[in-house]
Design a protein around this ligand. Structure first.
Ligand SMILES: NC(=O)c1ccc[n+]([C@@H]2O[C@H](COP(=O)([O-])OP(=O)(O)OC[C@H]3O[C@@H](n4cnc5c(N)ncnc54)[C@H](OP(=O)(O)O)[C@@H]3O)[C@@H](O)[C@H]2O)c1
Length: 247
C-alpha cells in the first residue's frame, strides 16, 4: 500500500483498458489511485505497473459489494475524493434475441452500480466539501447503435444522471460529468466488433477520423475534469469519439 500525499481516487474497472489508462495517468499526476475489478492477478500486475495506492478485488455488479467497497476505501485511504465510474459491459443484442438475464446484468453493472457507488461516495465528499465524479458513458448512448439498444439505453442514462446530480451538488464543490467515448482500443471494443456484423476495416471506415481512440486520450480528458482548473465544468456530457457524433 503506497499512500502518496494527494487526493484519493477510485477507478472502477481500473485493471485494464480505459480504466487502466485513467488510473495510470492520475497516478503519474500525483493522485493516490485505487483500482477495482474482479481479477486479482490483473489487479496486482496493474497496481504494480502504475504505482497505485492499492486495489480492491470485488464484483461491483453485486449491489451489496458497493457499500462495502466505498467503506473499505475510506477506511484505508481516509476519504474518497474522486470517483471514476468506468467499469461496464457491452452486449451485442438485437432486441428480439436479447435475454432477460442480459437486461438485468447490464442495467445492474452499467446503471445501478455507478448510482450506488456515487450515492455512498457523495456522503464522504460532502463532508470534505470537495469531490469529482466522472462517468464513462458511450457514444452509443448519444447517437444510438443498431443492435445494441440495451447497451445504448444503459449508457444514455448517464446524461440525465450527470445533469441532475450536478445541480444537486453544485453548492458542495462537487462536480459530475460524463465522457462518451467512441471506439477505443481495448478488449471490450475487440469483442464488440467481433460480435457485430462488420469487420474492423468496415468499422474504421465509418469513423470520420478513420481511427480508434487511444485509451490515454480519454484518461487525459479525465485528468483535466478532475483538476481545479475544471471546477466550473459540471453536468456536462462530452463526446470523445473521433467525430462519430458530429454528423
Ligand atoms: N472500448 C470502447 O470502445 C468503449 C467505447 C465506449 C464506452 N466504453 C466504456 O468504457 C468503459 C471501459 O471499457 P473498456 O473498453 O476499457 O473495457 P475492458 O477493457 O473490458 O475493461 C473493463 C474493466 O472493468 C472491469 N469489470 C468488468 N466487470 C466488472 C465487475 N462486475 N466488477 C468489477 N470490475 C469489473 C474489468 O475487469 P474484470 O473483468 O477482471 O472484472 C476491467 O478492468 C465501459 O464502461 C465501456 O462501456 C468503451
Amino acid at each position: 500500500m503506497k499512500i502518496k500525499n494527494n487526493k484519493n481516487v477510485l477507478v472502477t474497472g481500473g485493471s485494464k483498458g480505459i480504466g487502466k489508462s485513467i488510473a495510470k495517468i492520475l497516478s503519474q499526476s500525483g493522485y493516490n489511485v485505487f483500482i477495482v475489478s474482479r481479477t486479482e492477478e490483473d489487479l496486482q500486475k496493474t497496481a504494480e505497473e502504475i504505482n497505485a495506492a492499492g486495489y480492491f478485488c470485488c464484483d461491483i455488479e453485486k449491489a451489496q459489494n458497493c457499500r462495502k467497497l466505498i467503506n473499505d476505501m475510506i477506511d484505508i485511504a481516509g476519504s474518497i475524493d474522486i470517483l471514476i465510474n468506468n467499469a461496464g459491459f457491452y452486449i451485442y443484442s438485437p432486441i428480439e434475441t436479447t435475454q432477460e438475464k442480459d437486461i438485468e446484468y447490464l442495467i445492474n453493472l452499467n446503471v445501478k452500480t455507478p448510482f450506488l457507488l456515487t450515492k455512498y461516495a457523495v456522503e464522504n465528499m460532502k463532508k470534505n466539501k470537495w469531490g469529482r465524479i466522472v462517468n464513462i458513458g458511450s457514444i452509443s448512448g448519444v447517437v444510438g447503435e443498431a443492435n445494441a439498444s440495451l447497451y445504448s439505453m444503459t449508457k444514455s442514462s448517464f446524461s440525465g444522471f450527470s445533469k441532475a446530480l450536478a445541480l444537486e451538488l453544485a453548492c458542495d464543490n462537487i462536480t459530475v460529468n460524463t465522457i462518451h467515448p467512441g471506439w477505443v482500443q481495448t478488449d471490450l471494443a475487440q469483442n464488440a466488433v467481433e460480435q457485430s456484423d462488420f469487420s474492423f476495416a468496415e468499422e474504421i471506415e465509418m469513423i470520420p477520423q478513420k481511427r480508434f481512440i487511444h485509451p490515454d486520450e480519454i484518461a487525459n480528458l479525465v485528468k483535466y475534469i478532475v483538476s481545479d482548473e475544471a471546477k466550473g465544468m459540471t453536468g456536462q456530457n462530452i463526446s470523445l469519439c473521433a467525430g462519430l457524433s458530429a454528423g
